[in-house]
Design a protein. Structure first.
Ligand code: ATP
Length: 292
Protein backbone atom coordinates (compact mmCIF):
# COMPACT_ATOMS: atom_id res chain seq x y z
CA UNK A 1 0.00 0.00 0.00
CA UNK A 2 1.26 3.46 -0.97
CA UNK A 3 2.47 5.53 1.99
CA UNK A 4 3.21 8.91 0.44
CA UNK A 5 2.51 10.86 -2.71
CA UNK A 6 4.03 13.94 -4.28
CA UNK A 7 1.96 16.30 -6.44
CA UNK A 8 2.41 19.49 -8.40
CA UNK A 9 -0.23 22.17 -7.96
CA UNK A 10 0.07 24.69 -10.82
CA UNK A 11 -1.27 28.24 -10.76
CA UNK A 12 -3.88 29.33 -13.30
CA UNK A 13 -4.36 32.51 -15.26
CA UNK A 14 -7.62 33.80 -16.76
CA UNK A 15 -7.35 34.44 -20.48
CA UNK A 16 -10.95 35.58 -20.45
CA UNK A 17 -13.33 36.41 -17.61
CA UNK A 18 -16.84 37.64 -18.22
CA UNK A 19 -19.45 38.26 -15.53
CA UNK A 20 -22.81 37.29 -17.04
CA UNK A 21 -24.93 38.07 -14.01
CA UNK A 22 -25.74 36.67 -10.61
CA UNK A 23 -27.53 33.52 -9.50
CA UNK A 24 -30.69 34.35 -7.60
CA UNK A 25 -31.85 30.76 -6.98
CA UNK A 26 -30.37 27.29 -6.67
CA UNK A 27 -27.24 26.05 -4.89
CA UNK A 28 -25.14 28.99 -6.10
CA UNK A 29 -27.59 31.76 -5.15
CA UNK A 30 -25.67 34.97 -4.49
CA UNK A 31 -22.67 33.90 -6.57
CA UNK A 32 -21.80 35.58 -9.84
CA UNK A 33 -22.45 33.70 -13.06
CA UNK A 34 -19.14 33.63 -14.94
CA UNK A 35 -17.76 32.57 -18.28
CA UNK A 36 -14.01 32.02 -18.12
CA UNK A 37 -11.17 30.69 -20.19
CA UNK A 38 -8.54 29.30 -17.82
CA UNK A 39 -4.99 28.20 -18.47
CA UNK A 40 -2.47 26.47 -16.15
CA UNK A 41 1.04 27.89 -15.95
CA UNK A 42 4.38 26.44 -14.89
CA UNK A 43 4.48 28.34 -11.58
CA UNK A 44 3.44 25.72 -9.03
CA UNK A 45 3.15 24.74 -5.40
CA UNK A 46 4.58 21.35 -4.45
CA UNK A 47 2.35 19.19 -2.27
CA UNK A 48 3.42 16.08 -0.38
CA UNK A 49 0.91 13.88 1.42
CA UNK A 50 2.09 11.15 3.78
CA UNK A 51 0.12 8.64 5.82
CA UNK A 52 1.01 8.70 9.51
CA UNK A 53 -0.06 7.35 12.88
CA UNK A 54 -2.04 9.80 15.01
CA UNK A 55 -3.62 13.09 14.09
CA UNK A 56 -3.45 14.96 10.78
CA UNK A 57 -1.45 18.13 10.35
CA UNK A 58 -0.15 20.52 7.70
CA UNK A 59 3.13 22.37 7.30
CA UNK A 60 4.15 25.05 4.81
CA UNK A 61 7.55 26.13 3.50
CA UNK A 62 8.13 29.44 1.73
CA UNK A 63 11.22 29.47 -0.52
CA UNK A 64 10.29 33.02 -1.58
CA UNK A 65 8.13 35.79 -0.15
CA UNK A 66 4.64 35.08 -1.51
CA UNK A 67 2.47 35.88 1.55
CA UNK A 68 1.36 33.46 4.24
CA UNK A 69 -1.46 30.91 4.46
CA UNK A 70 -3.11 29.26 7.48
CA UNK A 71 -1.42 26.08 8.75
CA UNK A 72 -4.52 24.77 10.50
CA UNK A 73 -7.91 23.30 9.55
CA UNK A 74 -8.72 26.51 7.59
CA UNK A 75 -6.15 25.71 4.94
CA UNK A 76 -7.96 24.70 1.76
CA UNK A 77 -5.67 21.66 1.43
CA UNK A 78 -6.68 20.50 4.91
CA UNK A 79 -10.35 21.13 4.09
CA UNK A 80 -9.98 19.00 0.97
CA UNK A 81 -8.62 16.14 3.10
CA UNK A 82 -11.45 16.48 5.64
CA UNK A 83 -14.02 16.44 2.82
CA UNK A 84 -12.82 13.05 1.54
CA UNK A 85 -12.05 11.69 5.00
CA UNK A 86 -15.61 12.31 6.13
CA UNK A 87 -17.29 11.14 2.94
CA UNK A 88 -15.28 7.91 2.66
CA UNK A 89 -14.70 7.28 6.39
CA UNK A 90 -10.91 7.39 6.02
CA UNK A 91 -8.80 6.88 9.15
CA UNK A 92 -6.51 9.50 10.66
CA UNK A 93 -4.00 10.62 9.91
CA UNK A 94 -2.03 12.28 7.20
CA UNK A 95 0.71 14.89 7.03
CA UNK A 96 0.42 17.46 4.25
CA UNK A 97 3.41 19.56 3.32
CA UNK A 98 3.09 22.49 0.91
CA UNK A 99 6.02 24.29 -0.67
CA UNK A 100 4.27 27.59 -1.40
CA UNK A 101 5.52 29.23 -4.58
CA UNK A 102 2.26 30.75 -5.85
CA UNK A 103 1.64 34.28 -4.52
CA UNK A 104 -1.27 34.26 -2.03
CA UNK A 105 -4.52 36.12 -2.80
CA UNK A 106 -3.14 36.91 -6.21
CA UNK A 107 -5.86 35.77 -8.64
CA UNK A 108 -3.80 32.67 -9.44
CA UNK A 109 -5.95 30.07 -7.61
CA UNK A 110 -3.08 28.93 -5.40
CA UNK A 111 -5.34 27.71 -2.63
CA UNK A 112 -7.70 26.02 -5.08
CA UNK A 113 -4.81 24.23 -6.76
CA UNK A 114 -3.49 22.96 -3.41
CA UNK A 115 -6.98 21.69 -2.58
CA UNK A 116 -7.30 19.99 -5.98
CA UNK A 117 -3.89 18.34 -5.51
CA UNK A 118 -4.99 16.95 -2.14
CA UNK A 119 -8.27 15.61 -3.57
CA UNK A 120 -6.35 13.83 -6.34
CA UNK A 121 -3.58 12.70 -4.00
CA UNK A 122 -5.91 11.24 -1.37
CA UNK A 123 -7.87 9.49 -4.14
CA UNK A 124 -4.66 7.74 -5.21
CA UNK A 125 -3.15 7.21 -1.77
CA UNK A 126 -6.25 5.43 -0.47
CA UNK A 127 -7.18 3.81 -3.79
CA UNK A 128 -10.66 5.37 -3.77
CA UNK A 129 -11.17 5.18 -7.54
CA UNK A 130 -13.08 8.47 -7.73
CA UNK A 131 -13.44 9.86 -11.28
CA UNK A 132 -12.10 13.30 -12.20
CA UNK A 133 -15.67 14.47 -12.81
CA UNK A 134 -16.69 13.45 -9.30
CA UNK A 135 -13.57 15.01 -7.73
CA UNK A 136 -14.33 18.24 -9.60
CA UNK A 137 -17.93 18.14 -8.42
CA UNK A 138 -16.89 17.68 -4.80
CA UNK A 139 -14.15 20.30 -5.17
CA UNK A 140 -16.67 22.98 -6.15
CA UNK A 141 -17.84 23.09 -2.53
CA UNK A 142 -14.34 24.21 -1.52
CA UNK A 143 -14.03 26.98 -4.11
CA UNK A 144 -15.04 28.00 -7.62
CA UNK A 145 -11.58 27.43 -9.09
CA UNK A 146 -11.10 23.92 -7.65
CA UNK A 147 -12.93 22.07 -10.47
CA UNK A 148 -10.66 23.67 -13.10
CA UNK A 149 -7.60 22.84 -10.97
CA UNK A 150 -8.63 19.17 -11.02
CA UNK A 151 -8.44 19.13 -14.83
CA UNK A 152 -5.65 21.71 -15.43
CA UNK A 153 -4.37 22.73 -18.88
CA UNK A 154 -6.74 24.88 -20.95
CA UNK A 155 -10.45 24.85 -20.18
CA UNK A 156 -13.62 26.86 -20.22
CA UNK A 157 -15.20 27.25 -16.78
CA UNK A 158 -18.75 28.51 -16.38
CA UNK A 159 -21.20 29.32 -13.62
CA UNK A 160 -19.24 29.87 -10.42
CA UNK A 161 -16.53 27.73 -12.01
CA UNK A 162 -18.23 24.36 -11.45
CA UNK A 163 -18.94 23.65 -15.13
CA UNK A 164 -15.59 22.86 -16.69
CA UNK A 165 -15.03 21.94 -20.34
CA UNK A 166 -11.44 20.83 -20.95
CA UNK A 167 -10.10 22.11 -24.30
CA UNK A 168 -7.23 20.86 -26.48
CA UNK A 169 -3.90 22.32 -25.34
CA UNK A 170 -2.43 25.25 -27.25
CA UNK A 171 1.32 25.44 -27.95
CA UNK A 172 3.24 26.46 -24.82
CA UNK A 173 3.83 30.19 -24.62
CA UNK A 174 6.28 32.25 -22.52
CA UNK A 175 4.73 34.70 -20.11
CA UNK A 176 5.73 36.94 -17.27
CA UNK A 177 3.74 37.38 -14.09
CA UNK A 178 4.06 40.61 -12.13
CA UNK A 179 2.57 41.08 -8.69
CA UNK A 180 2.73 44.15 -6.41
CA UNK A 181 3.10 41.96 -3.31
CA UNK A 182 -0.40 42.58 -1.98
CA UNK A 183 -3.13 40.03 -1.20
CA UNK A 184 -6.56 40.70 -2.63
CA UNK A 185 -9.82 39.17 -1.44
CA UNK A 186 -11.93 37.98 -4.38
CA UNK A 187 -15.14 38.85 -2.48
CA UNK A 188 -13.99 42.46 -2.10
CA UNK A 189 -13.47 42.82 -5.86
CA UNK A 190 -16.90 41.35 -6.65
CA UNK A 191 -18.47 43.81 -4.20
CA UNK A 192 -16.73 46.69 -5.97
CA UNK A 193 -17.79 45.22 -9.34
CA UNK A 194 -21.44 45.21 -8.22
CA UNK A 195 -21.24 48.88 -7.21
CA UNK A 196 -19.77 49.86 -10.58
CA UNK A 197 -22.39 47.78 -12.48
CA UNK A 198 -25.28 49.28 -10.51
CA UNK A 199 -24.27 52.73 -11.67
CA UNK A 200 -23.88 51.76 -15.31
CA UNK A 201 -26.62 52.59 -17.78
CA UNK A 202 -25.67 50.33 -20.68
CA UNK A 203 -24.73 46.80 -19.71
CA UNK A 204 -22.61 44.75 -21.99
CA UNK A 205 -22.75 41.05 -21.17
CA UNK A 206 -21.45 38.39 -23.41
CA UNK A 207 -19.92 34.96 -23.30
CA UNK A 208 -16.60 34.13 -24.88
CA UNK A 209 -17.06 34.72 -28.62
CA UNK A 210 -14.14 32.73 -29.94
CA UNK A 211 -14.68 29.31 -31.49
CA UNK A 212 -14.05 26.70 -28.81
CA UNK A 213 -13.37 24.02 -31.34
CA UNK A 214 -10.07 24.89 -32.98
CA UNK A 215 -9.12 27.65 -30.61
CA UNK A 216 -5.83 29.37 -31.48
CA UNK A 217 -3.65 31.87 -29.62
CA UNK A 218 -4.64 34.49 -32.23
CA UNK A 219 -8.28 34.02 -31.28
CA UNK A 220 -7.53 34.07 -27.57
CA UNK A 221 -5.57 37.32 -27.98
CA UNK A 222 -8.45 38.81 -29.89
CA UNK A 223 -11.06 37.91 -27.29
CA UNK A 224 -9.04 38.58 -24.16
CA UNK A 225 -11.00 40.46 -21.49
CA UNK A 226 -11.45 40.57 -17.74
CA UNK A 227 -14.66 42.16 -16.43
CA UNK A 228 -13.15 42.45 -12.93
CA UNK A 229 -10.27 44.64 -14.02
CA UNK A 230 -11.95 48.04 -13.55
CA UNK A 231 -13.15 47.05 -10.07
CA UNK A 232 -9.73 45.71 -9.06
CA UNK A 233 -7.94 48.79 -10.40
CA UNK A 234 -10.49 51.00 -8.61
CA UNK A 235 -9.44 49.43 -5.30
CA UNK A 236 -5.78 48.93 -6.18
CA UNK A 237 -4.51 51.52 -8.69
CA UNK A 238 -1.09 49.86 -8.52
CA UNK A 239 -2.47 47.24 -10.95
CA UNK A 240 -2.84 49.93 -13.62
CA UNK A 241 0.72 51.06 -12.93
CA UNK A 242 2.06 47.53 -13.54
CA UNK A 243 0.04 47.36 -16.76
CA UNK A 244 1.46 50.69 -17.92
CA UNK A 245 5.02 49.52 -17.22
CA UNK A 246 4.49 46.35 -19.26
CA UNK A 247 2.76 48.23 -22.07
CA UNK A 248 5.66 50.70 -22.13
CA UNK A 249 8.02 47.88 -23.18
CA UNK A 250 5.61 46.85 -25.94
CA UNK A 251 3.73 43.99 -24.24
CA UNK A 252 -0.05 43.49 -23.95
CA UNK A 253 -0.68 42.97 -20.23
CA UNK A 254 -3.86 41.59 -18.66
CA UNK A 255 -4.99 40.96 -15.11
CA UNK A 256 -5.67 37.42 -13.89
CA UNK A 257 -8.84 36.57 -11.93
CA UNK A 258 -9.68 39.21 -9.34
CA UNK A 259 -6.07 40.43 -9.37
CA UNK A 260 -3.68 41.82 -8.50
CA UNK A 261 -1.38 39.63 -10.66
CA UNK A 262 -0.74 40.98 -14.14
CA UNK A 263 0.38 38.66 -16.94
CA UNK A 264 1.94 39.40 -20.32
CA UNK A 265 3.08 37.09 -23.08
CA UNK A 266 6.52 37.88 -24.47
CA UNK A 267 8.89 36.53 -27.07
CA UNK A 268 12.54 36.92 -27.97
CA UNK A 269 15.67 37.95 -26.10
CA UNK A 270 14.98 41.68 -26.41
CA UNK A 271 11.59 41.52 -24.71
CA UNK A 272 13.03 39.30 -22.00
CA UNK A 273 15.86 41.77 -21.43
CA UNK A 274 13.40 44.65 -21.13
CA UNK A 275 11.46 42.72 -18.50
CA UNK A 276 14.64 41.90 -16.58
CA UNK A 277 15.91 45.48 -16.68
CA UNK A 278 12.76 47.59 -16.41
CA UNK A 279 10.13 45.44 -14.66
CA UNK A 280 11.84 42.98 -12.30
CA UNK A 281 13.81 45.59 -10.29
CA UNK A 282 10.68 47.68 -9.71
CA UNK A 283 8.05 45.18 -8.58
CA UNK A 284 8.18 42.77 -5.59
CA UNK A 285 7.29 39.65 -7.59
CA UNK A 286 8.27 39.06 -11.23
CA UNK A 287 8.11 35.43 -12.40
CA UNK A 288 9.02 34.10 -15.83
CA UNK A 289 6.79 31.12 -16.66
CA UNK A 290 5.09 29.22 -19.49
CA UNK A 291 1.58 28.02 -20.18
CA UNK A 292 1.34 24.25 -19.59
P1 ATP B 1 -9.29 32.82 -5.73
O1 ATP B 1 -9.30 31.35 -5.96
O2 ATP B 1 -10.32 33.29 -4.74
O3 ATP B 1 -9.13 33.67 -6.95
P2 ATP B 1 -6.66 33.64 -5.17
O4 ATP B 1 -5.98 32.85 -6.21
O5 ATP B 1 -6.79 35.11 -5.39
O6 ATP B 1 -8.03 33.03 -4.87
P3 ATP B 1 -5.47 32.19 -2.99
O7 ATP B 1 -3.98 32.28 -3.01
O8 ATP B 1 -6.10 30.96 -3.44
O9 ATP B 1 -6.00 33.45 -3.79
O10 ATP B 1 -5.90 32.57 -1.49
C1 ATP B 1 -7.15 33.03 -1.14
C2 ATP B 1 -7.35 32.93 0.38
O11 ATP B 1 -7.41 31.56 0.77
C3 ATP B 1 -6.25 33.55 1.22
O12 ATP B 1 -6.87 34.47 2.09
C4 ATP B 1 -5.64 32.41 2.01
O13 ATP B 1 -5.35 32.75 3.34
C5 ATP B 1 -6.69 31.30 1.97
N1 ATP B 1 -6.08 29.94 1.88
C6 ATP B 1 -6.42 28.86 2.55
N2 ATP B 1 -5.66 27.79 2.20
C7 ATP B 1 -4.81 28.21 1.27
C8 ATP B 1 -3.79 27.59 0.53
N3 ATP B 1 -3.49 26.29 0.66
N4 ATP B 1 -3.11 28.35 -0.35
C9 ATP B 1 -3.42 29.66 -0.53
N5 ATP B 1 -4.38 30.29 0.15
C10 ATP B 1 -5.08 29.59 1.06
Amino acid sequence: MMQAIFLEAPAKINLYLSVLGRFTTGPYAGYHDLDMLMQSISLKDLVTIEKRQGSSYLTVAYPNEVGVIPEDENNLAMRAWRLLQEKYGLPEGIAIHIEKNIPVGAGLAGGSSDAAAVLKGINQLFGLGISLEELARMGASLGGDVPFCIYQGLARAEGMGERVTPLPALPSRDCVLVNPGISVLTSEIFREYDIIEKNKIAKDKHSFGGPFSQLSWEQVDQWMQNDLEAAAIGRYPVIAEIKEDLAAIGLHPFMSGSGPSVIAFWQGATERKHIEEKIAPKWPITVFCQTI
